[in-house]
Design a protein around this ligand. Sequence first.
Ligand SMILES: Nc1nc(=O)c(N)c(NC[C@H](O)[C@H](O)[C@H](O)COP(=O)(O)O)[nH]1
Ligand SMILES: [Zn+2]
Length: 168
Amino acid sequence: GPSDHHAYMRLALQQAEKSPSKPSNFRVGAVLLDSGSNHILATGFTLELPGNTHAEQCCLQKYADAQGVKEENVGQSLPDQTVLYTTMEPCNLRASGNRPCVDRIVRTKTLGRPGIQKVYVGVKEPETFVGENKGRAKLAEHGVESISVPGFEDEILKIATAGHQGVQ
Ligand SMILES: Nc1nc(=O)c(N)c(NC[C@H](O)[C@H](O)[C@H](O)COP(=O)(O)O)[nH]1
Ligand SMILES: [Zn+2]
């Protein structure tokens, strides 16, 4: 129910606080969850893993590692009712040119596996780096529902932009 969504978004926010601040990205936290059993599959935060990684990407990579598969094939190992909580909506374009998380999420739907069914989002991505993020529509096209979890916007953005120029 709604209180569960708040609890998981709070957990994602706690992950974001672990992220080192960097002026060229946002500090984001994410939680990969089997909503059928309420078992947390993985948590992640921006830059947790080496290689300019995103929070959502770290969740997928960590779970893939635990399952002994490559991240690109992680969809085959995800439980039937997998959802993702992320403090900021998944990126649809990255200034670095690295593979966006929307593509990584869509890629989990493969070989008849349901992959990530829903993405619970704390805030939309600010237009700081790549303009308007239109990833929600792309997720919807591929059957991934995006659901807003309100109430944490100020905290999320404060954490996300720590270390940015001109932010107190
Ligand atoms: N949802 C989300 N999770 C993250 O962990 C993260 N860092 C961003 N940030 C989005 C922003 O658009 C990109 O951070 C910049 O476009 C720079 O791109 P890189 O991060 O260097 O690939 N967004
Ligand atoms: Zn991303």
